[in-house]
Design a protein around this ligand. Structure first.
Ligand SMILES: *Cc1c(COP(=O)(O)O)cnc(C)c1O
Length: 455
């Protein structure tokens, strides 16, 4: 371990600037705020080369579940490394891939009996879209070739995933490259009328979706949604009743339902999977991010026996799903995922999170009265604070003012990694966070919001 030395920081920053191109970043921003070179992580804390610590309030982009450098996951990966680091999953198989598929299908909503692996969330979404289309084609209905998605949804950055996404910031630039889709309004309860309940509003928002399905079901393969929380779309939330009614609609119109639980899966919303709160099973369940506890890139698409059977035939019928990624079902990643599931099984994670979620609720409640906060909302272990210029009319700040970035900057100075989405400050912490650390974060967020909303 090198000694703490601030000059090392600027050395790494200089070398970084010479060669790296960072994700989701205007690189010119690094002229004023260079990236923080980290040397290690432990639990919820990240540590830089100067010895400064940052509380990872957003689980390193929503992937980390049980903290950095978790002893059990570290040990499992090291053990797997001695056995088999990687092998192709076509023509060959291995225990970690088989065991993980067994356990995921057992934990998932009923009927999801088949597991197809990939290496990123976006790839999982592409697979679900292709499989749905291909299912209908194999069943003699090739005219079903369109998707319905939600406004403000997010499903990844590859072209298919981007096409079914509805966040303009990521989508608009590439619009000419994207396949056409049908877009239904979001059930996002931020827009409910004064006095209206979440349930009433989300129920009301089913109507336009019902109309789209009634008109276009003949040409539609699937509806894709993020259950309960549109995470990248500013942590907007809705009531489970929307999912229950959507499941019924999809059944009635013979259209698949794709649940993208890449961000909300593995306990984020208060249940292991968000779909549980609506007591529904989708036709495709996309998993990623927290699947490996935040260690390695792995994703999975779970689907039904009915869909699997539509591809199962003699090779010469050319019905097979000939899709692959080089690192499909990587053994190291599967072992990390298996250990993550062990932790869920052996520790009362979901129950403990209920307590932590209450601490978050209580710690953030005072911000609801802030003159520049429109709303404090929460769904399980995801809590969000929406800053606005005008509290009464909910008029947002001009995006060019980048108020959220001021919170980001302030939080870093205070030792917290908060990375607001636009003007929405949110917590989505690893589940090993303590009540005291949550209160620390809430303090940083409150002061950051004060500073960012000062004229
Ligand atoms: C992050 C995310 C994806 C994309 O996953 P990547 O691993 O970043 O490709 C897809 N859907 C949702 C809901 C996500 O939050």
């Amino acid at each position: 371990m090198p000694a703490a030395d601030p000059t090392i920081i600027s050395q790494w920053q200089r070398r970084d600037r010479a060669v790296l191109w960072h994700p989701c970043t205007q690189m010119k921003d690094h002229e004023t705020l260079p990236p923080v070179p980290l040397r290690r992580g432990r639990g919820v804390w990240l540590e830089d080369f100067g010895g400064r610590r940052y509380l990872d309030a957003i689980s390193s982009w929503w992937v980390n579940l049980f903290g950095h450098a978790h002893p059990r996951i570290n040990a499992a990966i090291q053990d797997q490394l001695q056995q088999l680091e990687h092998v192709l999953l076509a023509g060959f198989t291995h225990a970690p891939a088989i065991e993980l598929a067994e356990r995921l299908t057992a934990l998932a909503p009923p009927g999801l009996t088949r597991c197809f692996y990939a290496d990123s969330g976006s790839a999982a979404v592409e697979i679900a879209l292709k499989m749905s289309f291909h299912y209908w084609r194999n069943r003699g209905r090739p005219q079903k070739c369109r998707f319905i998605c939600l406004d403000n949804g997010y499903h990844g950055e590859t072209l298919g995933a981007l096409a079914v996404g509805g966040v303009p910031l990521y989508r608009e630039t590439y619009a000419p490259l994207l396949m056409p889709v049908l877009v239904a309004p979001s059930p996002d309860c931020h827009h409910r009328a004064p006095g209206e309940s979440w349930q009433e509003y989300s129920r009301r928002r089913v109507e336009p979706m019902a109309a789209l399905l009634a008109e276009h079901a003949e040409s539609v393969c699937a509806v894709i949604v993020e259950p309960l929380v549109q995470c990248a779309g500013h942590m907007r939330m809705y009531h489970p009743v929307y999912l229950s009614l959507l499941r019924e609609l999809c059944n009635r119109h013979h259209v698949h339902l794709i649940a993208d639980e890449i961000a909300v899966g593995f306990g984020r919303t208060g249940t292991l999977f968000a779909c549980e709160q609506a007591e529904i099973a989708p036709d495709f369940l996309c998993l990623g991010k927290g699947l490996t506890g935040g260690y390695l890139p792995l994703s999975a698409v779970l689907t039904t026996e009915e869909i699997y059977q539509a591809f199962y035939d003699d090779y010469t019928t050319l019905k097979a799903f000939l899709h692959s990624h080089s690192y499909t079902g990587n053994p190291l990643a599967c072992r990390a995922a298996l250990t993550t599931l062990d932790i869920f099984e052996e520790e009362p994670v979901i129950e403990r999170n209920r307590g932590l979620a209450e601490v978050m609720r209580y710690a953030l409640a005072p911000l609801a009265d802030h003159p520049h906060v429109a709303e404090v909302r929460q769904c399980g272990m995801i809590a969000a604070v929406e800053m606005v210029r005008d509290k009464a009319t909910r008029q947002p700040y001009p995006w060019q003012e980048r108020r959220g970035r001021r919170v980001y900057q302030y939080a870093l100075e205070r030792g917290a990694l908060l990375r607001p989405l636009g003007d929405v400050v949110y917590f989505m912490p690893p589940y090993v966070i303590t009540p005291e650390e949550i209160r620390f974060l809430a303090g940083v967020a409150a002061e950051g919001i004060d500073i960012a909303t000062r004229e």
